[in-house]
Design a protein around this ligand. Structure first.
Ligand code: SF4
Length: 246
């Protein structure tokens, strides 16, 4: 068992609890790790590559060097599978490098952390990319490496972007700007302006879940099992097949 600081909330905790309260218990109270599978391993490789690249270079011709350095070999069942995913990632990085030639924004930070307090709760977050746009406004970006878009995706309902917008305002004093999810494999970006986020409403939603955590409400949500990375090990799982591929 690990100590669980309920009074500190972040998007990952809320997303995990919303997906399945029992998964929250496994991860945040029992300390179980989901482990890597090809999709998540490649996601880590691409996130690391972009962080290293934007922190140290910003020269598009160097991107592949960073990719080769950051590519993670873990999570694959064979050398052939590892190569298949390495090549998928390489294509994503090569396309990203082409788009980099036209980027006008100034990168201010990667994996940049914020924290602020609200009604006795501490809120934290880590933003993949924080930048200043040519018009002087600010832009917080979360990268996603999904190969296809969920048909139900709606950026205006993103609890993650809403929290990042609030974090940029409250922790860094950046009141003008937008928050975006950038699907790097698809070259699609979805944004919401900071001013469209109803701060009190969003923070109350987070706290509502925080209160459930304090109430030790950890019932399994078996309708999520098919997508759950713990499904091979969880005693409540109703799906025990191998993971869905990318
Ligand atoms: S396998 Fe199902 S019940 Fe178990 S943690 Fe995952 S989603 Fe929840």
């Amino acid at each position: 068992m690990i100590p669980n600081n309920y009074h500190e909330l972040n998007y990952s905790k809320i997303a995990t609890y919303t997906f399945c309260p029992f998964l929250y218990k496994l991860k945040y109270i029992e300390g179980k790790r989901e482990g890597l599978v090809p999709v998540t391993s490649l996601g880590v490789s691409i996130h690391r590559t972009l962080e290293e690249y934007h922190t140290n270079s910003n020269e598009p011709e160097n991107l592949l060097v960073y990719y080769n350095r950051c590519f993670l070999g873990a999570g694959y069942s064979s050398a052939a599978e590892q190569m298949e995913y390495y090549l998928k990632g390489k294509r994503i990085i090569e396309d990203y490098a082409k788009r980099e030639q036209y980027r006008k924004s100034e990168i201010l930070g990667c994996e940049k952390e914020f924290q602020f307090e609200y009604q006795g709760w501490k809120f934290r977050g880590k933003i993949d990319r924080f930048e200043k746009l040519p018009d002087g406004t600010y832009h917080v970006i979360d990268y996603k490496t999904d190969a296809k878009l969920n048909e139900n995706f709606d950026v205006t309902k993103s609890m993650q972007l809403a929290l990042y917008s609030i974090g940029a305002k409250r922790a860094w004093g950046k009141t003008q700007g937008k928050a975006s999810i950038y699907f790097v494999a698809l070259n699609k970006i979805f944004s919401i302006p900071f001013e469209e986020v109803n701060e009190d409403f969003i923070l109350e939603k987070y706290i509502e879940i925080g209160n459930k955590l304090e109430g030790d409400e950890f019932l399994p949500c078996t309708k999520s099992c098919a997508q759950c990375l713990m499904r091979m090990r969880c005693q409540h799982s109703i799906h025990r097949e191998r993971y869905i591929r990318f």
